[in-house]
Design a protein around this ligand. Sequence first.
Ligand code: B1M
Length: 233
Amino acid sequence: MSDDGELDLNSLNDEELVQQVHDDLYDGLKEEVEAAVHILLGRGWAPYKVLTEALVEGMRIVGVDFRDGILFVPEVLLAANSMKAGMFILRPLLIATGAPRQGKMVIGTVKGDIHDIGKNLVGMMMEGAGFEVIDLGINNPVEKYLAAMEEHKPDILGMSALLTTTMPYMKVVIDTMKEKGMREDYIVLVGGAPLNEEFAKAIGADAYCRDAAVAVETAKSYMARKHNQLAAS
Ligand code: B1M
């Protein structure tokens, strides 16, 4: 503690500082979260480690108390804004890996759903892995996905949903792609907390991605398959 009673984040060891980020995220203290992210990076932490151990884990704790009715939407919004501020610092570091160009992905959160932290994270990690990412934002109706595929001609369509009420909309998009005879032209990857592999299979997606790291690995392996098929034909 400093003389004026303020906690000096620099005085905390790594473990205490990560704990403090969880608390500050919970309390929606954006500036404190930003300061701690800078300190952890300054101590040589890899951006991905800061992201997962400090920010994502902090948001997981927020999610538990949101579910249990201890936190409410306004508090969770503040926590989300603090998380985004931390992610904003990490973004250039995560995407500046100089990875060779892998392919192109259009990604968006489905209609009726405004959760975007996970989608943003997937976008960042994909960029870091060498993918060009076109982010459609939140609350996307099928028309918006179709227009983006037409305009950008991506290799991959990524969809995110965080609500059990919005995840079925992914099937609407995939069914429309089938009706238009364009389903086979794209690799469709889906993700979001309430999804699982079974659901992805049932709606006709190519794969479910549990988290951003899995999304990158899955995208890479599908791109390799696509290139092999093209080479063989
Ligand atoms: Co919402 N919310 N929320 N919320 N919220 C959840 C999802 C909930 C599980 C909370 C709970 O009850 N425990 C619950 C859903 C319950 C259900 O459907 N079964 C819920 C609810 C109910 C609601 C409202 C209905 C609340 C209300 O109004 N009464 C409302 C809905 C609004 C709407 O969308 N129409 C609402 C609103 C909000 C806020 C606006 C306050 C805020 C969102 C702010 C924002 O995103 N800008 C919010 C938040 C923050 C959450 C929790 C707490 C955290 C979500 C998050 O950012 N996680 C969440 C609790 C939880 O998920 N446990 C909750 C961190 C993020 C890194 O993880 O998003 O899972 P995640 O993404 C991961 C993977 O899932 C995966 O990779 C990501 C990175 O590793 N992934 C993909 C995600 N998308 C992918 C796409 C891919 C691949 C992988 O494509 C290839």
